[in-house]
Structure formats: C-alpha cells, structure tokens
Design a protein around this ligand. Structure first.
Ligand code: FAD
Length: 405
C-alpha cells in the first residue's frame, strides 16, 4: 500500500493504459489523470479513414468506456510542469502536486514549421494530411477523391526531418492512393513523387530496402534528404529544402503533408525536456529502457513523447506499459527497477488496399524482427495481415487501454 499522489499527464493510448494498470496495482495511491478530451481517438484507424476504407465514427469511443473507477479526472489541459517543486499548472492557473508523475502527453504536430501551411488548409487546394485529426483524415480522403476525379496530374507525398508517430503512415497513404489510382485503370495519367528527409525509407533496414525496390517498381519517384519547407496553397506549389540549404519548387495537384513533430510546447518549456544529445530540446529526457526520467527519478515517460530512436506507435505503448507499471511499483517501494523495454514497435505496413505486412522490431541487432505470430512472415505481404489491421487490432487496442494486455 502507498499514499503516493500520482499524476498522469494525458489520457490517450499511454495515459489511459497506465491509469487502469496503476489503479489495480497500487492500493491507497491517489491517481489523477489530466486530459482535455471527452472522446478517445483510435488514431491507427485514421489511415483507413483517409483511404476511404473506414467510416470516421468507427475510430471514436467515449473516454468514459475506459476510465477506471477510483481515479480523479481533470478535464482540461496542463500548461506547465515545475519538476523541482513537483507541481503541475492547469489551464485555470490552479496547481496539482505530485509524488510521482507519468508524462503521457503524446506529441505535437508542428505544421507551423512549414511556411504557408496550417491544419485548416487540409482538404482544400489539393492538400491532404492524415495526421492532424479525424476531421483532417476525412478531408484528406476528400482531397484524394478530388484528385482522382480530376483524372490525372502530379501527386507528392512527404515525410519530415523529425521522428514521427507511426513512421509507416506516410508510406501507407502513398500505397493506398496508388491502389485507388490503379483500380481506376488510369495509372499512366498520374505522376507520384515521394520526398523524405531520410536517406532510407524506414528505420528497419530490411523494410527500408524493400520499400526502395517497391517504390521503384511502381514508378514512384523517390527524393531523399529533402524536406517540405514551404507551401503555396493557391499556386499549388511546394518548396523542398536539402541538407545543404538549397531549395527546389514543385507544382502539385495533390500533396500529402506530414509535419515535423516534437514533444508539446509545455513539456519543451519544462525541466523535463532533454538537455543534450539527439533529443535535445525536442523530446522527454527519459531512459529508453527503464522509461524513468534521467534527472528526476520520480518522473516516468511513456508513449510518443519520449526521446527514443524508434517507437512512437500504439504497439510500443502496449510493450512499454507493463514495464512502466513494474518500475513505478518498485520505485515507490524504494527497490531497484526490475523491468526494461526492448524497443518493441510494430507497423501493419499497408502495401495495397487488401494487403499488408506485419513489421515488428526492437532496439537490438540492427533492429532485428521480433515476430509475434509464428504463421506470419514479416517479409511477406498478405491478405491476412490486412484483416488483422482492418478487424483485429482495434479490439486488441481497446483491451490495452483497459490495462488488460
Ligand atoms: P496519444 O494517444 O496521442 O495521447 C496523448 C493524449 O494526451 C491525448 O489524449 C491528448 O489530448 C493529451 N494531451 C495532450 N496535451 C495535453 C496537455 N497539455 N494536458 C493534458 N493532456 C494532454 N500506432 C500503431 O501501433 N499502429 C498503427 O498502425 C498506427 N497508425 C497510426 C496512424 C496515424 C495517422 C496516427 C496519427 C497514429 C498512428 N499510430 C499507430 C500511432 C499511435 O496512435 C500513437 O503512437 C499512440 O496513440 C501514442 O499514445 P500516446 O498516449 O503517447 O499519445
């Protein structure tokens, strides 16, 4: 039993899972979740919404369906963290003190770092972006429909210069759009280009090589080490910047924009942000194995906000949650932290409408595959993985929110 005051910042995939786990694990603790939203968003469904496969409302459930009894729920955003005083400031200027903090805020989409771009533009002027919100995913579907109805022209798909959540999503959007173009029987009328700030296509080396070959075979022109730096919606022009600072301007009929991402501003402005190294100023300074903060031991991080070379998927949250639970329980008893996260992340990489590959990997051995199912080959595209994505992963995700898996 403990009398610890625990605050969980964010009640999304990671925060909700932790609330359910900690309420069961720790008797006597006071657990407060700070979360402004009323509805839980199943973000992995957004690519299916934007590809015209799912209706939007299939991705929404009230938070009340998952919220455990016996916790306090603050419905509003946190605006400040004082790690020295162990205090959270809320939007109404009131404060919450904690003995133990779980940072599970997810990440922030920085559309403003692309000159001329804002999330309001999604769905107009041939601009799509699956990331901004469910509404944006729906409007992205409409923008792609509009391009297909036009009967041809230039499409551009982008991937930015920062880590992103679901690194497969920019690629999935390219493939599902290609699939729809082919279904119209008008492939030769459409030009597709893919711009990525990375030298490869994906962090996992085998997948990166596979995707290079597939893009080439499908005649999707790849541009590496260039990122989208500005957009002129009215003129339908996009500017790309190379590592050496040189720029190139391209005309488009449709563009899929993936913005740079980082920890939310109020986390960036706090003592909890990384002070040096590859995550400096952008991501939470937590240990990628124990998930404990590197400088404030009473703080743990989970989900998209953490500084980490891979992860940023709901599948990673599923692997991280039992680790964070075990380590928090040990920390409160002043014991050594027993659990380590192996970096597990997974992506049902859609390669066609009706086909996908289940790519699962972790930190070790050059991000070697970590397959969960003996009957699924990570190097094979199959209809069965598509069915997994289309029907089975969402119930598994909801079980995770309830802390059951
Ligand atoms: P989130 O689930 O985003 O939750 C963060 C929560 O924090 C939100 O509820 C938010 O309201 C809250 N919050 C934010 N700011 C504050 C504040 N100031 N105060 C209080 N609360 C705050 N993952 C997969 O595993 N497989 C996939 O196929 C997949 N596809 C994806 C496709 C798309 C288009 C997107 C966008 C994501 C996809 N993901 C996928 C990624 C997955 O959704 C995330 O990795 C996961 O949701 C991370 O959980 P989280 O709790 O860290 O963040």
């Amino acid at each position: 039993s403990t009398r610890a005051r625990i605050v969980i910042l964010g009640g999304g995939a990671a925060g909700m899972s932790m609330a359910n786990r900690l309420v069961r694990r720790l008797s006597g603790a006071t657990i407060t979740v700070v979360e402004p939203r009323e509805l839980h968003q199943y973000q992995p469904g957004w690519t299916l919404v934007a590809s015209g496969v799912w209706e939007a409302d299939r991705t929404l459930r009230p938070n009340a369906d998952f919220r455990p009894a016996g916790i306090d729920w603050v419905k509003g955003p946190a605006v400040g963290i004082d790690a020295e005083q162990r205090k959270i400031t809320l939007a109404d200027a009131s404060t919450l003190e904690y003995d133990l903090l779980v940072v599970a805020t997810g990440l922030q989409l920085n559309y403003d770092l692309i000159e001329g771009m804002s999330p309001e533009l999604i769905g107009s002027n041939g601009i799509g972006s699956v990331y901004a919100s469910l509404e944006a995913a729906t409007r992205t579907r409409d923008a792609i429909d509009g391009w297909l109805d036009k009967g041809g022209g230039q499409g551009i798909f982008t991937s930015p210069q920062t880590a992103i959540k679901c690194a497969g999503a920019p690629i999935k959007m390219t493939f599902t759009t290609l699939s729809r173009i082919k279904a119209k029987g008008e492939r030769e009328r459409f030009d597709l280009d893919y711009y990525t700030a990375g030298g490869g296509m994906f962090s996992q080396p085998w997948v990166s090589e596979f995707l290079k070959q597939r893009f080439d075979r499908e005649n999707i022109t790849r541009h590496h080490l260039q990122y989208l730096s500005a957009i002129d919606p009215a003129g339908r022009q996009a500017e790309f910047t190379s590592k050496d600072g040189s720029t190139e301007v391209r005309d488009y009929d449709f563009i899929h924009v993936v913005p740079p991402m980082s920890a939310p501003d109020f986390v960036k402005d706090s003592d909890l942000i990384a002070q040096d190294g590859p995550f400096k100023g952008e991501w939470l300074d937590s240990d990628m194995y124990t998930m404990q903060h590197n400088r404030y031991p009473e703080v743990f991080g989970i989900g998209d906000v953490i500084g980490c070379p891979i992860n940023k998927t709901a599948a990673s949250v599923k692997a991280q949650a039992p680790v964070v639970e075990a380590n928090i329980a040990a920390f409160l008893q002043e014991k050594a932290l027993p659990a380590r996260h192996n970096g597990y992340t997974s992506c049902p990489l859609i390669t066609d409408i009706g086909k996908a590959m289940l790519v699962e990997f972790g930190y070790d051995n050059n991000m070697d595959f970590l397959p969960s199912f003996s009957f699924i080959d990570p190097k094979e595209e199959s209809w069965s993985v598509w069915v997994l994505k289309d029907h089975l992963l969402q119930p598994a995700y909801y079980a995770m929110l309830k802390g059951r898996v």
